[in-house]
Design a protein around this ligand. Structure first.
Ligand SMILES: Cc1ncc(COP(=O)(O)O)c(C=O)c1O
Length: 308
């Protein structure tokens, strides 16, 4: 059992006790990082039930990330979606976070070996506000990292792939060590790319900008939801890159992601953003987002999958 009382995992097609999850030290992904993962949230609903937000979109991306790694998941997308539901029900979870992961197990050592067992697991966890409750309400302090997102020919940016998180982890650790909450990463041209685990939006003169998916960013599922929500609320959203100093003169900045939800940014390297707290457009979009994920408002019926 984990310290929060979660006792059951889904591993390779079966629900198993938490302590029975074991893997060999020669697991290929442990050494070389070739594997894919997801992060999905489960929210309690207004009507007393619980629902997984954007389940199909996350599992579709898990399959796409695996394809990028030339890994064929030995289950259907529908099987994995059902497994996500089953593991929540087995743990009687009403809110939390799911971490599906697909990785390569042990075989002979070496980069070229393709005869490796494919492992699929879903780990349920409890998760509160990823960047803190105060951060969610009033904004977080960020720093622009010296670690850049790689050039598009130096990595595979459209997959959520295990080994690609090394510089994100180092950037995040540096930011925390220097007293910030999160790091913002630039691309190799010096344009703003994303947070270490979030996509980024800025507001200038009531227009919302976010880097396009041709940038070296993860095509975030929350990013797409936010673009739709903002447009539906009457805002213009432009997918266009912006520079480091455009962060400093933005009226508002916010980070979005499954873990971070919609988190305002109140500071970038000691430059105060807007009025130094959550901006009005960020507040409106954040409120809409929470109304939707908690089932207080239906925006698109396919976005939430009830547990049943
Ligand atoms: C690097 C990175 N960018 C953006 C995101 C946001 O993606 P999503 O909204 O699909 O969670 C994540 C989180 O998965 C991430 O790890």
């Amino acid at each position: 059992m984990d310290p929060t009382g979660i006792h059951t995992l889904w591993v390779n097609g079966a629900l198993i006790p938490w302590d029975d999850a074991k893997e060999h030290m020669l697991a290929h992904t442990l050494h070389y990082g070739v594997g894919a993962f997801e992060g999905i949230r489960l929210y309690p609903q207004e009507n007393g039930t619980s629902a997984i937000f954007q389940l199909s979109a996350h599992i579709k991306r898990l399959f796409e990330s695996s394809r990028i790694c030339s890994i064929t998941i030995p289950f259907s997308q529908q099987d994995i979606e059902q497994a996500c539901i089953d593991v929540c029900l087995a743990n009687k979870l009403s809110s939390g976070y799911l971490r599906p992961i697909v990785f390569l197990g042990a075989g002979t050592l070496g980069l070229g070996n393709k005869e490796l067992p494919i492992r699929t697991a879903i780990i349920p966890l409890h998760m509160d506000a990823y960047l803190g409750k105060t951060g969610l309400a009033d904004g977080i302090r960020t720093t622009v990292s010296g670690f850049r997102r790689p050039n598009l020919d130096a990595f595979v940016s459209k997959g959520k792939i295990c080994g690609q998180y090394i510089t994100n982890v180092l950037a995040k650790r540096d930011a925390i060590q220097n007293g910030y909450d999160e790091a913002i990463m630039l691309d190799d041209h010096g344009l703003v790319a994303e947070g270490t685990g979030e996509n980024i939006f800025i507001v200038r003169d009531n227009v919302i900008f976010t880097p396009p998916t041709t940038s070296p960013i993860l095509p975030g599922i929350t990013r797409l939801c936010i673009i739709e929500i903002a447009r539906q609320s009457g805002y213009t959203v432009i997918e266009q890159s912006f520079t480091h100093d455009e962060l400093w003169i933005a009226d508002e900045i916010f980070l979005v992601g499954t873990a971070a939800e919609v988190t305002p940014v109140r500071e970038v390297d000691h430059h105060v953003i807007g009025t130094g707290t959550i901006g009005p457009i960020t507040k409106k979009i954040q409120t809409e987002f929470f109304d939707i994920v908690y089932g207080r408002k239906i925006f698109n019926e396919t976005w939430s999958t009830p547990l049943q």
